[in-house]
Design a protein around this ligand. Structure first.
Ligand code: MG
Length: 366
């Protein structure tokens, strides 16, 4: 394809409530969208980055800067591009997986629209709906978390993920499990905030029948993950440690995890995400799809991926209203605890022009 337009669109958005994790607390999120067009058709995607470093070094401002100054002008100079080329075109842009992923996903959206297929069908999504799950950020008081969880469970969420940091985990998980009972799938995410020296704090969580403990230790510390996995009965899940399929193979080789949280932005794109999906299915590893405080544009891809056959656990797939009072697309809503997989052409949603306008979106053309 020869692209007619290549743009970055930056949309300042305020979260419905601040979201705290071990690395940072997010209360506003400038959403970055990549927009491409060809012969009157459009492709959109969202850059899965956060304002502060911590989850990854690729922050909103860094991604914006590199996309506008280097990557999108670089794409502009390619006369004939397909989504399959993106990985090799941007092979030299190390450390920018979410930016590369967004360019690839925008092209995939455009290609699907050109060939009149939905993204969900193109990737082989099997289900029409997926069960909704919610991630709950850190609060100063356990009672605040319990109250928030109570609200989500009342709305129909069947799976709740709690952010944890060392020292508060036992009281928190005990209080939440006491509140929701055994019917709700409960998991915790430490975002790498524990060390080998305080791993016993996590071992104490074994009594709560958690679905998994996600990324307890540092990104590059697979050995300590393997040590804990061998010592406790709760499954260990990796998020930040898995940036490509070879990371996954390495982690599985040493027994560092039995569950994977897959984010297409973290692994550099949808195609690598599909390879990781296939590898997990082959290895019998449980898999679920994570989110990045996504708007409807990013969520459309997350939801479709969640409907793949190898996704065995409920992911971070929540309603639009979980993060935003008003989304930039038509809202994703939940019915009986489930969210519909978009089956219209492309990713099935588009950012709505009037919403971008009154949200003061700014456009940067390449
Ligand atoms: Mg995580």
């Amino acid at each position: 394809m020869r692209l007619d337009a290549i743009e970055l669109v930056r949309v300042p958005m305020v979260l419905a409530r601040p979201f705290g994790a071990a690395h940072s607390t997010v209360s506003t999120r400038d959403v970055l969208l990549v927009h491409v067009s060809c012969e009157g058709l459009h492709g959109w995607s969202e850059v899965g980055v956060l304002p502060e470093p911590g989850y990854s070094t690729e922050t909103t401002d860094l991604a914006h800067d590199v996309l506008v100054r280097e990557m999108l002008p670089f794409l502009r100079r390619v006369s004939d591009v397909t989504s399959a080329d993106v990985g090799s075109i941007f092979a030299d842009f190390q450390g920018r997986p979410a930016s590369v992923a967004a360019i690839e996903a925008a092209l995939i959206d455009l290609e699907c629209r050109r060939s009149h297929v939905s993204f969900a069908d193109r990737i082989g999504a099997l289900r029409d709906t997926v069960a909704a799950g919610v991630a709950v950020g850190l609060h100063d008081e356990t009672a605040e978390t319990v109250a928030e969880v109570r609200g989500y469970v009342a709305r129909g969420y069947a799976r709740v993920k709690l952010k944890i940091i060392p020292g508060m985990e036992y009281e928190l998980v005990s209080a939440v499990r006491g509140e929701v009972g055994d019917a709700v799938h409960l998991m915790v995410d430490a975002n790498g905030s524990y060390h080998r020296s305080n791993a016993s704090l996590l071992a104490a969580l074994d009594e709560f029948s958690l679905t998994c403990i996600e990324q307890p230790f540092a990104v590059d510390d697979l050995e300590t993950h393997a040590m804990l996995a061998g010592a406790i009965s709760t499954p260990i899940c990796l998020d930040e440690s898995i940036s490509c399929v070879s990371d996954l193979r390495q982690a599985l080789d040493i027994g560092a995890c039995s569950v994977v949280n897959l984010k297409w932005s973290r692994v550099g794109g949808v195609y690598e995400a599909l390879r990781i999906h296939d590898e997990c299915a082959l290895a019998g590893v449980d898999l679920w799809i994570g989110g990045m405080l996504s708007t409807g544009v990013g969520k459309a891809v997350d939801v479709a991926l969640s409907a793949l056959p190898g996704v065995t656990m409920i992911g971070d797939i929540s309603e639009s209203s979980r993060y935003f009072a008003e989304d930039i697309t038509e809202d994703f809503t939940m019915h009986h605890g489930r969210i519909a997989v978009p089956h219209d052409v492309g990713i099935g949603v588009v950012p709505l022009g009037e919403r971008l306008l009154h949200m003061n979106a700014r456009v940067y053309s390449a």
